[in-house]
Design a protein around this ligand. Structure first.
Ligand code: COA
Length: 416
């Protein structure tokens, strides 16, 4: 059947999480991803958070599926000569080094263009041009600098970071989209271009609705759907943290279910959607609220949402989150269980679609991973294991046209 990106070669200079997320996606869509790692060391995550001694960590294996690995010292003159050949050979160079590292290596944009004018050079950086452009950035720094932390958490608590890796994996996704657009444009122009995805920008893009709210707040001084409003709290000048309130015009909250005393995830997200208000009232045993002027309309309910969610909770606490969900779904009342990683790992439907996959690895054995979350009907994804350090060095160098004696010489000089 073939794959969407068959024939596209990626020179993958990524490490840690943001860049590898991007190149892993491209590999899943069929690109040949050649990961270049430091000779003798490799991507630092190979040894971070290890669960088995001397075996590539899950951190590494779960971000580097379907790639090939070569080791190359790109600061050595002989290594630079090999890198030149790789640049001529590939379509896209992807990197997420600290700012300026590629220039210091001697491979800035002009030099790469001189070697291969069709090459697309794609970068993740912490910040775009501006006062912070030289800073090194990790996930939580991006969450804080991109507006996520200031708008996450409860009003009376500190800013919070989220478990979803919106700074790293989120920016990797943004970069992958930029690369595909640049490849598409290259079909018309024949030229490569630079693609930049800054982590601050990516996080802010995902926090778009909060910038919407900033402007609403500036205009009116309050926002009715934020929990501060019914609680009579004063709004400040910046968008506050909204706890578990629903982002849009559908009031929602996280409520307890049966077993919450023991199980930290025995909770349900419940949305008091207006079109099913009647059904909600009937299920929770408050049919009087259907016509009560204090509760009958969404606007009347807004200042009373706490009592609404308390009544719903009194009902959900008599059911497990799955029982409550099954019953609510019968009446098309939107809700969702708080699923733990343990539950997700065991979820048969996610296994069936390949969103959770079991992968075999020669030194680690079998492990679970998240597969490709994007499904293409004509380009199915088969998740294969991450490469061992330098596993494909000889194979790739031979494809570049290096002879056996040249490869042996590079090995002798510890360039590869
Ligand atoms: N051969 C020789 N040298 C190599 C090499 C190779 N194959 N691959 C990398 N190096 C060198 C780089 O050239 C760089 O050298 P320099 O500092 O002399 O220029 C050096 O290794 C280290 O790279 P760097 O990116 O600075 O790593 P770091 O561990 O100091 O910083 C980050 C890590 C993530 C903070 C930084 O890379 C960064 O800010 N990246 C952009 C934002 C990002 O992606 N952050 C999220 C990470 S999940």
């Amino acid at each position: 059947m073939g794959k969407a990106l068959d024939g596209i070669r990626i020179l993958d200079f990524t490490h840690v999480q943001s860049g590898p997320t991007c190149t892993q996606l491209l590999a899943w869509f069929g690109a040949d991803v050649i990961k270049v790692e430091r000779a003798g060391a490799g991507d630092i995550t190979r040894e971070q958070l290890r669960d088995i001694p001397d075996v590539d960590s899950l951190y590494f294996t779960m971000l580097n599926h379907n790639k090939r690995s070569i080791t190359l010292d790109t600061k050595n003159p002989q290594g630079k000569a090999v890198l030149e050949r790789l640049i001529r050979h590939c379509d896209v160079l992807v990197e997420n080094f600290a700012p300026g590292a590629l220039d210091r290596m001697g491979f800035g944009w002009e030099r790469i263009q001189a070697l291969n004018p069709r090459m697309i050079v794609a970068s993740v950086k912490g910040f775009g041009p501006g006062p912070y452009e030289d800073c090194k950035v990790y996930e939580n720094v991006a969450q804080c600098a991109g507006g996520a932390a200031s708008t996450t958490g409860f009003d009376d608590g500190p800013p919070l970071v989220t478990g979803a890796q919106i700074g790293d994996s989120g920016t990797g996704l943004h970069l992958a989209l930029g690369i595909l657009c640049a490849l598409y444009q290259r079909n018309r122009t024949g030229r490569g271009q630079k693609v930049l995805a800054a982590m601050q920008d990516g996080v802010l893009n995902l926090c778009r609705v909060k910038l919407r709210d900033q402007q609403r707040l500036a205009r009116h001084g309050f926002m009715k759907e934020y929990p501060q409003y019914p609680e009579g709290k004063k709004f400040g000048s910046a968008v506050p943290r909204a706890g578990n309130a629903s982002g849009g015009g559908q009031p929602g909250w996280i409520i307890k279910c049966k077993g919450w005393e023991e199980d930290p995830n025995a909770y349900l997200y419940f949305i008091a959607q207006a079109p099913v208000w009647k059904e909600i009232c009937q299920i929770i045993g408050r049919p009087d609220w259907i016509t009560d002027p204090d509760y009958a309309t969404p606007n009347a309910r807004l200042p009373r949402l706490k009592s609404v969610f308390a009544a719903v909770e009194a009902w959900t606490m008599t059911k497990t989150k799955f029982e409550a969900m099954a019953e609510l779904n019968q009446h098309e009342i939107p809700c969702g269980p708080i699923l733990s990683m343990e539950e997700l790992a065991a979820e048969p439907s996610l296994r069936a679609t390949g969103t959770i996959v079991e992968v075999d690895h020669p030194t680690r054995g079998r492990y679970l991973s998240v597969g490709n979350p994007i499904k293409l009907s004509d380009s199915p994804t088969e998740v294969t294991r991450s490469p061992l350090l330098g596993e494909h060095t000889r194979q790739v160098l031979a494809e570049l046209g290096l002879s056996e004696s040249e490869i042996v010489a590079l090995e002798g000089a510890k360039v590869i």
